[in-house]
Design a protein around this ligand. Structure first.
Ligand code: GDP
Length: 315
């Protein structure tokens, strides 16, 4: 069992949704959080800058939560940015961590890197057993390379590095952008507009049939810390074990928001992967379970979102 008490921990990407939640959770572990420089000061895509920063800050433990992330359309429209930025960020951090002898590293992947038609629920060993979903293939290839890098350093240099694969996340600190964000923040923004403009119709992308496993980011951070402390495996799925169709998600959100108009499915927009429910046996075997139900988490997130009328895309 690993312990973070008194350890110098660098959460790369601490301004992102998961990174911020990890910092909060690590503070409960009495970790010494290394101050994460903003993007303007440290560009994680530049190897020399990352090496210089890590040599001077000398973290004991590193969480690689920094990544270029976005929703289905952002991924489909900017594949070059998604593959290039993510390959650079992860390679720079992981190789430097190995060189400096960091005692533990946790790399964050995502459930969208599993093959599009893999059997459900998705077991860790199904990675690389079939073709990827087209809309996020560039991002997935970069994350798969990151996982291979982690495994290779474990094998060749006996590094204590591991990867975690979270399902679709939501919660405080999410990116709010109608076009580019993930489904929950995008729908919240459009629902608010529909209510304010008294719109009779509410448009949802795709058929409503795809299923997704949604997890509140605080539960995700808790599960990642739990896995890092207790699970020796090199790869661990992070999820709730339950999924829901987009149509049912919309029904919950419209009820929470009090929207009574008609739901229209815009099938000119992509559905993406039909389903990506994670098998969370490794997590459950170490006695972890989620604390925040989807309904409760969506209520909290809607409340926080509607209290901030001017919330827009973060830089
Ligand atoms: P994905 O899990 O990588 O597909 O990520 P997203 O969160 O972007 O999309 C999840 C599902 O929600 C997809 O099937 C989308 O077609 C659907 N969806 C419905 N409405 C929206 C929307 O307004 N924005 C986004 N991003 N997805 C939407």
């Amino acid at each position: 069992m690993h312990n973070f008490e008194g350890k110098k921990v660098w959460v790369a990407g601490s301004r992102g949704m998961v990174g911020a939640a990890l910092v909060q959770r690590l503070m409960q572990e009495s970790a010494r959080i290394v101050q994460d420089p903003p993007r303007q000061v440290l560009d994680l895509r530049r190897q020399a800058d990352v090496e210089g920063w890590m040599e001077s800050s000398r973290p004991d433990v590193v969480f690689v939560a920094a990544a270029r992330v976005g929703g289905i359309l952002d991924n489909a429209n900017h594949p070059a940015d998604f593959i290039a930025d993510n390959l650079q960020i992860e390679t720079n951090i992981i190789t430097t961590a190995a060189k400096l002898g960091v005692s533990q590293l946790v790399f964050l992947g995502s459930s969208c890197i599993y093959p599009k038609h893999a059997p459900q629920p998705l077991k860790e060993e199904y990675l690389l057993t079939g073709p990827l979903e087209e809309t996020n293939r560039a991002y997935a290839m970069a994350k798969l390379a990151g996982i291979e890098l982690v495994n290779a350093y474990r094998k060749q240099h006996d590094c204590n590095f591991m990867s975690v694969l979270p399902c679709n996340l939501y919660g405080p600190g999410d990116t709010y952008d109608i076009q580019n964000s993930h489904v929950i923040p995008a729908l919240m923004m459009r629902l608010k507009e529909a209510i304010e403009s008294k719109s009779a119709e509410f448009k949802v992308w795709g058929t409503g049939k795809p299923r997704r496993e949604f997890m509140h980011v605080n539960d995700c951070a808790d599960a990642i810390i739990h896995a890092a402390k207790n699970i020796a495996n090199e790869l661990v799925n992070i999820g709730t074990g339950e999924d829901i169709s987009i149509a049912d998600l919309v029904a919950i959100l419209t009820e929470i928001a009090g929207y009574k108009g008609q739901i229209v499915f815009d099938t000119s927009k992509p559905d993406g992967t039909p389903r990506k429910l994670l098998d969370i046996s490794r997590l459950q075997a170490s006695t972890w379970g989620p604390q925040i139900s989807l309904k409760q988490g969506l209520e909290l997130t809607w409340q926080a979102f509607s209290d901030q009328p001017s919330q827009r895309r973060r830089a």
